[in-house]
Design a protein around this ligand. Structure first.
Ligand code: ATP
Length: 459
């Protein structure tokens, strides 16, 4: 049975900063709490996560279309959806340490008071140190236009889903989709979280990958089961170890009032099990609420059965930043390796799925002479033309170059050596996970790498 590894998080965070995955935002000004910037490798990692999701959810299906809706929407959207009245968490203040905490997180939050080192904030609540819980709305408010009054209040969207519901008619009328069909969207969401933390797991600005799947009411259960399985598989197919994942169906008292079922895909993070994605049955709640709010009919007329109905919705809602962090944490390993001379060393390696890895192929001329750098550049250009993300490195001993790429999870390193320029033209392809090397003709390199990517399995 897999166990959490509390000190792993620190090592991953340190690697992220050292190698340019994630930086503290506005660091040169001292940073801003719980805001992060993605560096050169982090930007590639996130792009690959989003591409893998879009491929699985849109490109490889003919029953789902994409959407890219605005972050700022009509304020009525958030009144109809229930967010203005109810998108809140319970907040408590500690009279002693002056801390402010989310009530349902008290069991996991360490008390910040040094005197109470090692105890969780729930104990302070039990000792009567906290105020009564009160609702705190998580939506960020701002004003549209030059006048700052109550009429100009707008919200930064706290989820991408509502932009899909408000475009339901537009999509049906313009793309002629009919239930069962889905609309998928990736984009930024904003929540004024009371207690952000655990690196990019919970931040106030984050990216979501959400899909609303509209179905005839009688088919909701069947599609719910289907999407729970599909979404669990997506993480495994992209390299996450299945023994670190679980499906957790929500208990009755956890469900939103309109939902008849929700299952979280959870991952065993270094700090314990946490939600990676939620798959929910939303019934006809959203379309009915918007129909009431805007006064338009948001039902669907089925030509085949001559019946009109409001579709029910199954929603898989994932976080891009949480997924990226999960791929990082899950891929991280420190392995002891022994070279041919019997010398042992520890190598840090990220066992990313090649689809998720920020760099796919590193190119190394063995030495900076004898035509090797020039030949290496030519080979790199071929790989670039094939759409592979490459990295050129001619500095330092070859072993060190391999280690640098292992540490950022590059699955393949191609070395151009004396044989390449003087003998048979072949290059070596070194595999990150097995460290085995093959000699390959440059003309066959792209196909060789693509085959390896397809056949990749987590060891
Ligand atoms: P929680 O209970 O953890 O606050 P939630 O159940 O409200 O989360 P959803 O509204 O279901 O979350 O959002 C869908 C997904 O969006 C989550 O599974 C998560 O991956 C991501 N997400 C939600 N809030 C945040 C956040 N503050 N920071 C990063 N990702 C988030």
């Amino acid at each position: 049975m897999a166990k959490p590894e509390p000190d792993l998080m620190e090592r991953v965070v340190s690697l992220c900063k050292r190698r340019g995955f994630v930086f503290q935002s506005s660091e040169i000004y001292g940073g801003i709490n719980s805001c992060y910037d993605y560096g050169p490798l982090g930007a590639e990692l996130k792009r690959n996560v989003k591409d893998a999701w879009w491929q699985a959810m849109v490109v490889r299906r003919d029953d789902i279309v994409g959407l890219d809706s605005a972050i700022i929407q009509h304020p009525e959207v958030w009144r109809s959806s229930g967010h203005v009245a109810g998108f809140s968490d319970l907040l408590v203040d500690c009279r002693r340490c002056k801390g402010r905490f989310r009530e349902d997180h008290l069991d996991a939050i360490p008390c910040p008071d040094r005197e109470f080192k090692g105890r969780v904030a729930r104990v302070c609540q039990q000792e009567g140190l906290h105020t009564e819980p009160r609702a705190f709305n998580l939506m960020f408010e701002t004003h549209a236009g030059p006048v700052k009054d109550s009429a100009s209040i707008v919200y930064l969207r706290p989820e991408t889903a509502q932009g899909i519901f408000t475009n339901f008619l537009n999509v049906v009328n313009s793309s002629r989709m009919a239930p069962p069909f889905g609309v998928a969207q990736i984009g930024k969401s904003f929540r004024n979280e009371i207690t952000p933390g655990n690196f990019v797991f919970r931040t106030r600005e984050f990216e979501q990958m959400e899909m609303e799947f509209f179905v005839p009411p009688a088919d909701e259960d069947r599609w719910y089961e289907y999407w729970v399985e599909q979404r669990f598989r997506w993480y495994v197919d992209n390299g996450v170890r299945p023994d670190r994942l679980r499906k957790r169906p929500h208990a009755e008292d956890e469900l939103a009032h309109y939902s008849s079922g929700c299952t979280d895909v959870e991952y065993l993070y270094p700090f314990g099990w946490g939600e990676l994605e939620g798959i929910a049955k939303r019934g006809s709640y959203d379309l009915t609420a918007h129909a009431k709010g805007c006064g338009k009919d948001l039902s669907f007329f089925d030509e085949a059965t001559k019946q009109r109905y409001v579709p029910h919705v199954v929603e898989p809602a994932a976080g891009c930043d949480r997924a990226a962090m999960t791929f990082l944490v899950d891929a991280y390993d420190e392995e002891t390796v022994t070279d041919e001379g019997g010398k042992s060393e520890v190598r840090t390696v990220l066992h990313f799925h090649p689809r998720i890895a920020p760099i796919t192929v590193a190119i190394f001329p063995l030495v900076k002479k004898a035509g090797m750098p020039e030949r290496a550049k030519e080979i790199q250009a071929t790989l670039m033309d094939a759409g592979l993300r490459t990295f050129f490195d001619e500095k330092g001993a070859i072993g060190r170059r391999y280690r640098r790429q292992d540490e950022v999870g590059t699955p393949y390193c191609v070395t151009i050596d004396g044989d390449t320029v003087e003998r048979d033209g072949t290059v070596t392809v070194r595999d990150r996970d097995s460290m085995a090397q093959d000699r390959v003709q440059p003309a066959e390199l792209v196909a060789f790498i693509r085959d390896k990517m397809k056949a990749w399995r987590r060891g």
